[in-house]
Design a binder for this molecule. Structure first.
Ligand code: GUN
Ligand code: FE
Length: 425
């Protein structure tokens, strides 16, 4: 597979969390799958590399979906009449129960993976279900897709209906360990991630085992944190030993520090919890569409950004109905304006450049040197063609980006590269 090449176009990448760097009509060099630099003229040393000239197109780093539920893709756009806990019981758990059947899993995951292959997402942290065979099937398909992902067999041994709820903490822990041993070294681009669904779904014994596996196998962790007020009250009852939701995970070694961790939502962080998120380097996956659909609230993203907390965007399908991280950028901006207008004028709205940062470099950092076109970064790129968005006058490159983010869809994606491999275009 070709890993040395040059792309030409209007190149956009985050300079820092609040500012874009734009290089018009420039050459972006990929050498051995890594970005070698952006140049106004092509240096002699790269003259022999194949050149993909994308003309007027915009070229941006691949988007990162830090939080998505693969088995929920099937019922996007349905069941938006409830809040989290009722929504899980009524829609999510019955649908996920179907993945016990490998034929169903195969049909459903094929649709999900094809969508992820063709949208603007190049990397993702993905929840599967509690079922090991279906999770391995999903990993197999993702590996073939060319995307780079972490996938979690979901752990859940309480407060769920029988077909999904694992029989006991011991059975649940054994299933995770077996799945880890099978999948840890099996794939190049698809890695396992410990996935306690959330505190209400996992007994203390199961969380103890997951903490042990984290240390033993050095695998990252993903879960949900402080999403919904009833959920937070429930966690308080379930974990009297912890002063907040985050501490309930930390108690078991599942909250950052030496355990790289993505926590979805963080809509309602307490003061102490907020400080621990920062101290422990926990990543927040901000999922604004889900937070709106199931009426969870508006996360304090301005505060996370200003504190220098790691933050990226998540679609949270099917709490979020769209798989598009462009859509998540728009939603992040829009809900931040409502927060500023209706909740606190201390939290200034998020700008387009900040949303772009979260969608690329903010989430990308979880995967290493990913999400920017800086030297040594893995070459993930999406080429955007806005020919189908007619304009009666010239727009600046920044304006064209804004229009694509707000008005575009998968038809605007002309090409996609992941770690220097061209997936299409
Ligand atoms: N908390 C626990 N499980 C889920 C889920 O499937 N979706 C969302 N949005 N929150 C959760
Ligand atoms: Fe979720």
């Amino acid at each position: 597979m070709q890993k040395n090449f040059v792309v030409k176009g209007n190149i956009i990448s985050s300079k820092n969390p609040s500012e874009l760097a734009i290089h018009e009509n420039a050459f972006l060099v990929c050498a051995e799958g890594l970005t070698a630099g952006i140049f106004p003229e092509l240096p002699e040393e790269y003259a022999s590399f194949p050149l993909y000239d994308y003309g007027k197109c915009l070229i941006i780093p691949g988007l990162v979906d830090l939080h998505v539920h693969a088995p929920q893709y099937t019922y996007r756009g349905l069941g938006m009449d409830k809040e989290l806990l009722d929504w899980l019981q009524t829609y999510a758990f019955p649908e996920e129960s179907r993945y016990e059947d490998p034929d169903y899993a195969e049909r459903a995951y094929r649709i999900f993976v094809e969508k992820m292959r063709t949208n603007a997402t190049t990397r993702a942290c993905i929840f599967a279900t509690a079922h090991v065979p279906a999770t391995l099937l999903l990993m197999e398909m993702l590996e073939k897709s060319g995307l780079i992902t972490y996938v979690g067999k979901v752990s859940m041994d309480r407060n769920a209906p029988a077909p999904l709820c694992e029989e006991s903490p011991a059975v649940a822990a054994a299933a995770v360990e077996k799945w880890l041993k099978t999948s840890l070294k099996k794939y190049k681009n698809t890695k396992p991630m410990l996935t306690p669904r959330f505190i209400p779904s996992c007994t203390d014994d199961l969380l103890t085992s997951l903490g042990r596996f984290q240390k033993k196998y050095h695998v990252p962790v993903q879960s949900h944190l402080s999403e919904n007020l009833s959920e937070i009250a429930w966690v308080r009852e379930l974990c009297p030993y912890s002063s907040d939701y985050g501490e309930a995970y930390e108690h078991f070694g599942l909250f950052g520090g030496n355990a790289p961790t993505v926590m979805a939502h963080g809509v309602w962080p307490g003061k102490r919890e907020f400080a621990r998120i920062k101290e422990r380097g926990v990543y927040i996956a901000h999922c604004p569409q889900s937070n709106t659909n199931i009426a969870s609230g508006i996360a304090p993203v301005r505060q996370y950004l200003d504190a220098g907390i790691h933050i990226g965007l998540g679609s949270d399908v099917a709490g979020g109905s769209s798989d598009s991280i462009f859509r998540a950028m728009v939603d992040a901006i829009q809900v931040s304006k409502l927060r500023w207008r209706l909740i606190t004028q201390d939290d200034a709205p998020i700008t387009l450049d900040e949303a772009f940062y979260m969608a690329t470099a903010g989430g990308g950092e979880f995967f290493g040197k990913v999400g920017k076109f800086e030297e040594g970064y893995e070459f993930d790129a999406v080429v955007l063609d806005d020919e189908n968005l007619p304009a009666p006058r010239e727009f600046s490159t920044h304006e064209r980006l804004e229009r694509i983010v707000y008005l575009g869809d998968d038809r605007n994606i002309a090409a996609k590269f992941v770690a220097g491999r061209k997936l299409f275009g």
